[in-house]
Design a protein. Sequence first.
Length: 99
Amino acid sequence: RDIVDHLDALVTIADRSVEVYPPGTRKPMAGYELNKPAMVTLWRILPLHKRLHTPLTDDKNAALFEERLRKKLAASDAHAQHISWDRHTGKWVFRVEHF
């Protein structure tokens, strides 16, 4: 079976998220198919002003938001490691051991 032919069913990319092996799909054991270590880059992951919906890039909000990103990874079951986050572009890079 060629996994490339099934990527649209195995990977879901949505606003502010990416999901590999979404609910309802068969997830292989860690180390097989797409369930391997990977670097993930998400763009435009920024804290937004609640009323204006504009990015908050000041030092205080950026530090709080980056800490929330770190906690989100720590709570995941993918054994993820925060690599970097750019408060101006919203580029968030992290490494996962598996999906």
